[in-house]
Design a binder for this molecule. Structure first.
Ligand code: CA
Ligand code: CA
Ligand code: CA
Length: 365
């Protein structure tokens, strides 16, 4: 652990922030990982947490880490240096009916105290609609787009058809201002209701989102039985779920593939068998010089950090295309929940378990 690097944990008891747990004594030994591409990484455990889930870096090099699954994501406001604001997503229950729940997004001020951090001026700016039964597929990952607006991944809540229903915000990516207002240049603005906020549709459970240096939006989604996807998400496009998937239903019912019904946008990369994707970053650093522009995805069932190379080509008729392929897999028998790029260009991952470690990955040697 370097002296400039400190971690803080926010519990699901929102507002009651606490400082990070102590080092896990038995987990501090650095180790090396050699990937499927033959590249060796140095892995340095920095800290451990109770079921860590999401992480983000602050401009001063601190990192915020959330613990436990109810707290979906935390990111900083584009003007964080001036306003100290963050966006948090978490699961809320219907006060009239405890069986119904949905994700909400809150904007709050992060206030440093003697003992850690607290949240102040908390305002809910978005609610997943409608609230549904069950506890699946909230997604509720967050990103600030290059234009300064907020993108929310809103999962299908494991109810399938809402992903194609424009009166529901489920199975969509959502684009709103940092105050929670729909944007007039959203593709379905003017249709009213949640349609005003929808950017893309036909998604399942999107647990990772980031923008590349060109400003393009990359979102992964966990497929049904196999068929995990990495999508390049464009305005107004329909990504096909639950009508098409490279995977099939868990009960064995086949789902047509994207190529069978090509009106739906196909993923850039899909995985059969599944990797069970979690956090996602587009790597923009220079510490791993060969990997600038690559996409890194945490793998749960695959117990790996997965690297994807993206290729943009323009043919002789001027038509451009984007393809991708898995180029490396780095494994140490732990589920990977979250991935972040640090200000130092290192790649930071969170393991998905009680006592899950925060690990800093750097080139070996
Ligand atoms: Ca993150
Ligand atoms: Ca799809
Ligand atoms: Ca299929």
């Amino acid at each position: 652990m370097t002296s400039s690097f400190r971690t803080l944990a926010l519990t699901t008891a929102l507002g009651a922030a606490l400082s990070a747990t102590a080092f896990a004594d038995d987990h501090t030994e650095a180790f090396e990982v050699t990937g499927s591409d033959g590249v060796t990484l140095n892995a340095e455990p920095l800290e451990s947490f109770e079921n860590p889930w999401a992480m983000t870096f602050l401009p001063d090099g601190h990192a915020l880490v959330t613990e436990q699954g109810g707290l979906g994501d935390i990111i900083i406001h584009p003007d964080f240096a001036e306003n100290s604001q963050v966006f948090l997503s978490y699961v809320a229950r219907d006060p009239q009916n405890d069986e119904l729940s949905g994700a909400v997004v809150e904007r709050a001020e992060l206030v440093e105290t003697d003992t850690g951090f607290e949240l102040a001026e908390r305002t809910i700016i978005w609610e997943q609609s409608p609230m549904m039964r069950g506890n699946g597929h909230y997604s509720h990952r967050l990103a600030v787009a290059p234009d300064g607006n907020l993108i929310i991944t809103s999962g299908d809540r494991q109810h399938f058809t809402p992903a194609q229903n424009m009166s529901m915000s489920l199975g969509k990516t959502i684009r709103i201002t940092t105050d929670g207002e729909p944007l007039e240049d959203n593709p379905f603005y003017g249709e009213g209701g949640v349609a005003d906020t929808i950017w893309s549709l036909g998604h399942r459970n999107m647990l990772g989102i980031d923008f590349d240096a060109q400003g393009r939006m990359w979102v992964q989604e966990m497929g049904p039985r196999h068929g995990d996807e990495l999508n390049l998400v464009h305005r107004a496009e329909n990504y096909g779920y639950p009508v098409v998937s490279e995977g099939d239903h868990y009960n064995g019912t086949e789902i047509p593939d994207h190529a069978d019904i090509p009106i739906y946008s196909a993923p850039i990369v899909s995985w059969v068998p599944a990797i069970s994707p979690a956090g996602l970053i587009v790597y923009n650093g220079e510490l791993f010089a060969d990997w600038t522009g690559d996409i890194f995805i945490g793998g749960l069932s695959s117990q790996a950090l997965v690297r994807v190379e993206i290729t943009d080509e323009t043919n002789e008729r001027g038509r451009s295309s984007t393809t991708g392929e898995e180029a490396g897999r780095y494994e140490w028998e732990e589920r990977i929940r979250e991935v972040e790029e640090g200000p130092d260009g290192a790649i930071y991952v969170l393991e998905d378990e009680e006592g899950g470690r925060l690990i800093r990955l750097t080139p070996a040697g």
